[in-house]
Write a protein that binds this ligand. Sequence first.
Ligand code: FAD
Length: 433
Amino acid sequence: MAWEFETDPEYQELLDWADAFVREEVEPLDLVWPNEEFVPLTDTRRKAIDPLKDEVRKKGLWATHLSPDMGGQGYGQLKLALLNEILGRSQWAPIVFGCQAPDTGNAEIIAHYGTAEQKKKYLQPLLDGELFSSYSMTEPQGGADPTQFKCLAVRDGDEWIINGWKYFSSNAKTAAFLLVMVVTNPDVSPYQGMSMFLVPTDTPGVNIVRNVGLYGEPDNEGLHALVHYDNVRVPAEALLGGEGQAFVIAQTRLGGGRIHHAMRTIGFARQAMDMMCERALSRHTAGSRLSDKQYIQGFIADSYAQLTQFRLFVLYAAWQIDKYKDYNKVRKDIAAVKATMPTVLHDIAWRAMQVHGALGVTNEMPLFKMVHGAAAMGLVDGPTEVHKTTVAKQVLRNYEPFDDQWPSSWIPRKREAAQAKYAQFLELEVGNL
Ligand SMILES: Cc1cc2nc3c(=O)[nH]c(=O)nc-3n(C[C@H](O)[C@H](O)[C@H](O)COP(=O)(O)OP(=O)(O)OC[C@H]3O[C@@H](n4cnc5c(N)ncnc54)[C@H](O)[C@@H]3O)c2cc1C
């Protein structure tokens, strides 16, 4: 009977170490260098950050998302989930542990599809935490529907020339290279006519037109670039995987990316839950503590139940990925987890904010940022609605239409069948009366 809810003691020790390390050494980085985790390190910052990365490496917790043949630890997704729910508390923690999005997903596809040359040039420095990358897929006219993409590459001898626009290419301004999804054959279905290119950010013609910020961030100082690819010439070797393979490659990347966001969101939502409980126990109003009010108890109970359900679902999805080693087989549950994530984070952070009163909505507490983060989570790696559609289609595969005016669970028909089945006993009962 293998149905376990326990972590083996050896790994639990590592998790306890990571928990204390993140709290004491890493979370302070979020306050001294906020929102700067993707800025390449200066010599001064290196002196602070490199020793932290070294400690993580010594513990064997560096880049745990990758298998050993790809340069990682081979812990698998379940162990990564337990670690990521700790790292999710801090913006800097994924950097210090070598598992930050979008670099994790980008590394994964270069490891899968890259040539030896591409791996040497891009993968190794990514795994070493020496450079950042950007994933450049969404276009201004449509993100959720890749059949709308227009950015085009045309072959010219040994080179490709890329022209078009990309939107929300996160971290492009500090990335060393971009993974760009481009139409290479407009005459076939977009699912066969798009290819993925590895483009160094300093290639002539790669123009970052604006660095779009999220709400509350200063104009043009955000992380999400509007990029104009203006006659960008790249050699044929810049193609990742085969021509026309971009969709397959994107799927490999997004499966992992989505579940990793969910793992970190557990940590983020738990932080909001902790804040809510601490405040409820600390604040007195109208003759009692907030924690004695039934409304507030309802907030706490609902949040606990939502967080626990979500956490178990994420761990179950991670366990399945380890078991099947195939994201496609777990597609339904990854999509369901992805679709659930924004609501869980939103609801818990919103209640925590309400419990903090006016203080909750200020920039002196991280709660509104969490609520806003939940909204962003509903779009990153595809909108919630699209994921729900995927879940529904997969769920419906296990059902058949019922060919009758009355549904199969219509009680009169079922009762009639049940009475026919037990007719002889029913008759005896009647005879005995
Ligand atoms: C913080 C953040 C970081 C991001 N980082 C990156 C990145 O690094 N690289 C990158 O390429 N992109 C990135 N994106 C873009 C993201 O992938 C897109 O925002 C997303 O795919 C949705 O595309 P869109 O914004 O164009 O919305 P649209 O495609 O215009 O969709 C708008 C809305 O329409 C509805 N909708 C759309 N399609 C359907 C459907 N089939 N069924 C039902 N309803 C539907 C949904 O409600 C959806 O929210 C990022 C986005 C955010 C918010």
